[in-house]
Design a protein around this ligand. Structure first.
Ligand SMILES: CC(C)(COP(=O)(O)OP(=O)(O)OC[C@H]1O[C@@H](n2cnc3c(N)ncnc32)[C@H](O)[C@@H]1OP(=O)(O)O)[C@@H](O)C(=O)NCCC(=O)NCCS
Length: 163
């Protein structure tokens, strides 16, 4: 049975604030084997230039997108959608909003790292115009899985951003 797609009247987006941290942390813990700490989210939410969006079903946080502004790129640091809300277009909605709101910035492309085994996420990014540009061997510290580096728009091509 396929889930109903979302639209902006059902799921609302707004910028995250520090008051959202407990809800973000709960979704994060359900979404990742090695979740970010609350301090990491706090650092991103308060960092000047960051774009941190939350997707809400009423007052319930169902997903988030954390993006840092670097000299040469918008770096997608974290994106997750709570399991019952997946495959309904929530991540696509958040990413399309980011791309639209940063489209005036002709000097920065968009980049991210993703586990090579995360085929669903890679498909999502490819549908939004991201292209593979390199590999970081053993990038993930828990199991040494490789990260695929992806870029969209302006960027160093196969010289991916080093943080
Ligand atoms: C990856 C993730 C954020 C996707 O969120 P989502 O809201 O379910 O994604 P969307 O519904 O917007 O997906 C849009 C498209 O991306 C692709 N896609 C997304 N998840 C997929 C999956 N599990 N398998 C195959 N394709 C997938 C599909 O093409 C999908 O379109 P369709 O449903 O019409 O086929 C979500 O699965 C998640 O939170 N996973 C755990 C955390 C994670 O891996 N984050 C990414 C780290 S880089």
């Amino acid at each position: 049975m396929s889930a109903e797609p979302v639209n902006e009247t059902e799921i609302g987006l707004r910028r995250l604030g520090l008051g959202d941290l407990p809800a973000v942390e709960a979704v994060e813990r359900r979404s990742y084997r090695t979740p970010w700490s609350r301090t990491m989210f706090q650092g991103e939410i308060t960092r000047p230039g960051s774009r941190c969006y939350g997707a809400f079903d009423g007052k319930t946080l169902v997903g988030y997108l954390i993006v840092s502004k670097y000299t040469d790129a918008w770096h997608i640091m974290n994106v997750a959608v709570d399991e019952p809300y997946r495959r309904r277009g929530v991540a696509r909605l958040m990413l399309e909003t980011l791309l639209r709101e940063t489209s005036e910035d002709g000097t920065r492309g968009h980049t991210l790292e993703v586990r090579v085994s995360n085929h669903g996420a890679i498909r999502l990014y490819e549908e939004l115009g991201f292209r593979p540009s390199g590999m970081r061997r053993g990038y993930y510290t828990d199991d040494r899985e490789d990260a695929l580096v992806m870029w969209r728009g302006e960027g160093p091509g196969d010289e991916p951003l080093v943080r």
